[in-house]
Ligand binder design. Structure first.
Ligand code: PLP
Length: 391
């Protein structure tokens, strides 16, 4: 399967050998315990340890994260959310006296993780995603370099291969948050990272109806460490969520290709608007992230998130209220477009008028027209009528 195209890999990933009378993807296994006569061994014993629905999902994710020509398949461990996966890597690895390098502009819960780690005696150093300021922070004390590329919500990227090589030279491990790209858009393990970590809540599963996370690695020892952390903390995904996630992988290529193409069209349209500043989309020629993104992201899949700034909070709010086809909501990656004024959360260093826009699977012409009409409306001072689509 490793030589097959991404669409083929996505629809077949993690499926069991076909057996007469069995479904292609067996349904979720709801079990707290399994029939276990005699000695306590076997793949399935107790529900916190293992579940066949996780096993299938994890082998699918491992297949998708596996670098070309790796010679072995990546192992994946699933979690009930992206944050559970992030914490599993950071907290299972780091010990008092270690140092860790984290992005200063990553997901908005990273500062809370930073504080927690500092409280445990871990020396936390931070650097922006863009550029190479991480290099100056790497020394023998650093056990973990954490990267998020593209980062949320600023959409900067970093040169993962270059930073991973530098981190390995000082003996540090490298984890990349691959949430925005998905494994079809970027394979961190191929770029030299030790862990690919993601929130599966977003583009990976793509329907905005479940939370999930995972950690993938090529290293059996690192996999065992994360797996035993899950067992200890009981941070396990529900079988229904795991099954829905696996089911959603079959459309991953269709969704990421469609959403990335529409995101590029939207970014190109926004570039023409005088009231739009700070426009970011890694797939747009001229974007500061573009040169590195072209080298390390795959098949034009630069993600579905476009960010930009409108002139102030009220203007941005009028724009969001005037959108007909876009839900004002947080999160990203879903088939229905969402947008929000990111400053409302208070956790990101962004201006009041900063919009994080997640492009869905609507027709590009409809979505771009809706956004342009909402911009016109917001510029006029907001005269939008109730949406026939939302009525
Ligand atoms: C880049 C990134 N990493 C991690 C997370 C956390 O994922 P979850 O919400 O599934 O816990 C998010 C959530 O938005 C994210 O954007």
């Amino acid at each position: 399967m490793s030589t097959a195209g991404d669409g083929t890999r996505a629809v077949r990933a993690g499926l069991p050998e076909p057996r007469p009378g069995e479904p292609a993807l067996p349904g979720p296994a709801f079990a707290a315990h399994y029939w276990l006569p005699g000695e306590a061994d076997g793949p399935y014993t107790y529900g916190r340890e293992a579940n066949p629905t996780w096993t299938a999902l994890e082998s699918a994710l491992g297949e998708l994260e596996t670098p070309d020509g790796a010679g072995r398949t990546a192992r994946a461990v699933s979690f009930p959310s992206g944050m559970a996966a992030v914490c599993a890597v950071a907290l299972s690895l780091l010990r008092p006296g270690d140092a860790a390098v984290l992005p200063s502009d990553g997901y908005q819960l990273l500062p809370a993780l930073r504080e927690l780690l500092a409280g445990f005696g871990v020396g936390v150093r931070t650097a922006p995603t863009r550029g190479d300021a991480q290099l100056a922070l790497l020394d023998e004390r650093v056990r973990l370099l954490w990267l998020e590329s593209p980062c949320n919500p600023g959409l900067d990227v970093c040169d993962i291969r270059r930073l991973a090589e530098a981190a390995h030279r000082v003996g540090a491990l490298v984890a990349v948050d691959n949430t925005l790209a998905t494994p079809l858009g970027q394979r961190p393990l191929e770029l030299g990272a030790d862990f690919s970590v993601a929130s599966g809540t977003k583009a990976l599963t793509g329907h905005g109806d479940l939370l999930l996370g995972y950690v993938a690695t090529l290293d059996a020892g690192l996999d065992a460490g994360v797996r035993s952390w899950r067992r200890l903390t009981g941070a396990i995904p529900g079988p229904m969520e795991a099954w829905l996630a696996h089911r959603s992988l079959a459309t991953l290529q269709l969704r990421v290709d469609r959403q990335a193409a529409t995101a590029r069209a939207l970014a190109a349209a926004l570039r023409e608007r005088p009231e739009v500043t700070g426009l970011r989309y890694p797939g747009l020629a001229g974007d500061p992230a573009h040169p590195v993104a072209v080298r390390q992201m795959r098949a034009g899949r630069y993600g579905c998130v476009v960010s930009f700034v409108l002139p102030g909070r009220e203007h941005a709010q009028r724009f969001l209220s005037a959108l007909r086809l876009v839900d004002e909501a947080t999160s990203f990656g879903g088939v229905r477009s969402t947008a929000e004024r990111r400053a409302r959360w208070g956790g990101d260093a962004v201006p009041e008028g900063f919009i994080r826009f997640s492009v869905g699977a609507e027709d590009a012409e409809d979505l771009v027209a809706d956004v342009l009409a909402a911009l016109d409306d917001a510029a006029r001072g907001g005269t939008a009528q109730a949406s026939p689509l939302r009525a």
